[in-house]
Ligand binder design. Structure first.
Ligand code: PEP
Ligand code: MG
Length: 322
């Protein structure tokens, strides 16, 4: 297995019929960034910036964040580095960011909701990311979006900051892209509307599954529902990719499902462009993608999307046996 995978080092990611795809990495810090480069990731599909905020007494300031984002951009010179803005709340509590006590933290003050309510904290992060964009292909990604207002609010902040940078001569990438995580049922249902206002989508299947199935991703009693083979989840994924494609924006996936070999044919059939996985899974994912032609993947997807249960879906995919 390891020997087979080694053949994929330094190669482009292509399907069996030559369609170009991208395998990028999910990282939480600069050590992971080095691992991602070493394991031949084609960029960073998800930089979980909240890790810069953990195990500290205070929020990192603009300079500290800038240094980290700049370094990541430099490690992946010229390749995309998607920095997800602070995704706190849910299970990710940060003691000095007073979140308050919540009965249902996953349904509460989380991700972009928290950030828009704490404008100074968010501006500091956006400034750091935008400055880092002068050093590579940095992109901004907004977590837990549920409506068009949220992406608009972020864009407005970015515009205010870049206008200031123009006046003061601070360098940044004038083509800086702003995209969103599609990881809530609301975002999936209005993916057509969100696609008109986003430069890219990245599907967060960990949260998309939890929220679609109404099953806490950390609760072992309902773990059986936290299952991306559920027809409801697959339909949602298909819809998100379709809406992105129709709007002409790239669609990636940074949830764990992106690295699942059983799901590869479905994601290819739906038209996913970018797979973002842990550094350790880059080569295996590239290899799995290389096995499928569009036609074969579509034939499999046609069958799978008729199935009615997660078990039936999984059994069918296992039987494909590629
Ligand atoms: C996801 O929800 O799928 C995701 C990639 O984000 P996180 O796991 O950090 O919530
Ligand atoms: Mg998420």
């Amino acid at each position: 297995e390891q020997e087979v995978l080694c053949q994929y080092i330094g190669r482009e990611t292509v399907t069996a019929d030559g369609e170009r795809k991208e395998v990028c990495c999910n990282i939480g810090n600069l050590k992971d960034a080095a691992a991602a480069a070493e394991k031949d990731g084609e960029g960073i599909g998800l930089f979980r910036s909240e890790f810069l905020f953990m195990d500290k007494k205070d929020a990192p300031g603009e300079e500290e964040q800038f240094a980290a984002y700049k370094k990541a951009a430099e490690v992946f010179k010229g390749k995309p580095v998607i920095i997800r803005t602070l995704d706190v709340g849910g299970d990710k509590g940060i003691p000095y960011l007073s979140m308050g006590q919540e009965d249902n933290p996953f349904l509460g003050f989380r991700g972009i909701r928290y950030c828009l309510a704490h404008g100074d904290l968010y501006d500091t992060q956006l400034r750091a990311i935008i400055r880092a964009s002068a050093f590579g292909k940095v992109r901004i990604m907004v977590p837990l979006v549920t409506g068009v207002d949220e992406i608009r609010a972020v864009r407005e902040k970015v515009q205010i900051i870049t206008r200031e940078f123009e006046q003061t001569g601070v360098e940044y990438d004038r083509n800086l892209q702003v995209g969103i995580m599609v990881e809530t049922p609301a975002a999936s249902l209005i993916a057509d509307l969100l696609a008109e206002e986003s430069d890219f989508f990245s599907i967060g299947t960990n949260d998309l599954t939890q929220y679609t199935m109404a099953a806490d991703r950390g609760n072992s009693q309902v773990a059986y529902l936290n299952n991306p083979y559920e027809p409801a989840v697959l339909r949602s994924i298909r819809r998100i990719i379709r809406c992105g494609k129709e709007a002409g924006i790239p669609v990636g996936m940074c949830g764990e499902a992106a690295a699942d070999p059983l799901l590869t044919p479905l994601l290819l059939a739906f038209g996913l462009d970018e797979f973002s996985v842990s550094p350790a899974s880059v080569l295996a994912t590239r290899y799995n993608i290389s096995k499928w032609t569009k036609r074969e993947a579509e034939a499999a997807a046609d069958q799978v999307m008729k199935l009615k249960t997660a078990d039936a879906v999984k059994a069918f995919l296992i039987n494909l046996n590629k």
